[in-house]
Design a protein around this ligand. Sequence first.
Ligand SMILES: CC[C@@H](C(=O)O)C(=O)SCCNC(=O)CCNC(=O)[C@H](O)C(C)(C)COP(=O)(O)OP(=O)(O)OC[C@H]1O[C@@H](n2cnc3c(N)ncnc32)[C@H](O)[C@@H]1OP(=O)(O)O
Ligand SMILES: [Co+2]
Length: 134
Amino acid sequence: MLGRLNHVALAVPDIAAASTHYRETLGAKVTEPQALPEHGVTVVFIDVGNTKIELLEPLGENSTIRPFLEKNPAGGMHHVCYEVDDIIAARDHLKASGARVLGDGEPRIGAHGKPVLFLHPKDFFGTLVELEQV
Ligand SMILES: CC[C@@H](C(=O)O)C(=O)SCCNC(=O)CCNC(=O)[C@H](O)C(C)(C)COP(=O)(O)OP(=O)(O)OC[C@H]1O[C@@H](n2cnc3c(N)ncnc32)[C@H](O)[C@@H]1OP(=O)(O)O
Ligand SMILES: [Co+2]
């Protein structure tokens, strides 16, 4: 079921400052900011060859990133995203195993235009997991 590591996401308080830091200190190529109000985030991606880094900044008052940044004001690792071939089969298998699928349990379209789902961090050793159908 488990495919490649699609991205590691870092929540940051200021995506412009974080993008500049990645460009200037690490020589990273950073994509243009993409506002995704339906997910409550603004994102950029950095391709590091074998995977991507996703920088996330809260967008809107109800952003799910806000409580995380209140606990981690400097930012921090927010989630890992694994690729799956069939997100519905993966979801149903995980639910049957007792994992909590977040939201209404239905896939939504993510930053890459593909269906995504999230799994509760307490069911995966303290790490929020995103699944993306590729
Ligand atoms: C750009 C689109 C897409 C993509 O295509 O890549 C994205 O990546 S969008 C990214 C943003 N979207 C999401 O994160 C959606 C799923 N997230 C959620 O539903 C919530 O954030 C959450 C995971 C349910 C947490 O909600 P919250 O209200 O903040 O938390 P609780 O108070 O209920 O927290 C319970 C517990 O979990 C800990 N926690 C919270 N967030 C994380 C995290 N990212 N990593 C690890 N642990 C986390 C929180 O600290 C609580 O722990 P205790 O304090 O021990 O109780
Ligand atoms: Co993500």
